[in-house]
Ligand binder design. Structure first.
Ligand SMILES: [Zn+2]
Length: 91
């Protein structure tokens, strides 16, 4: 796959026109493209729901689809477990 605008094939993101893949320099090449890129990113982020993972070549995706190690890392960063946590249950 290559950039919607140029021959670049690496580090593409799906924020071009109608979700096409674009490289960062093309995505930021003009104020119009930059606006479209930010708009497309926002739409995809909104579609992910409350929690999303961003920063990869896939674009943002719902946290529930994140790899287990990503979820574990996020859980480790989050604040202590909420009150009313599960108490030991004996049989
Ligand atoms: Zn490009």
């Amino acid at each position: 796959m290559k950039c919607h605008y140029c021959p670049t094939t690496s580090d593409l993101r799906p924020y071009g026109p109608r979700g096409s893949m674009v490289c960062f320099s093309c995505a930021m090449a003009s104020p119009e493209r930059r606006r479209e890129t930010e708009k497309n990113f926002g739409v995809q982020l909104d579609a992910c729901g409350e929690f999303a993972v961003a920063g990869g070549e896939l674009g943002p995706y719902p946290l529930e689809h994140a790899a287990p190690d990503v979820k574990a890392a996020l859980a480790a960063m989050s604040s202590p477990a909420p009150a009313g946590d599960v108490k030991g249950e004996e049989r």
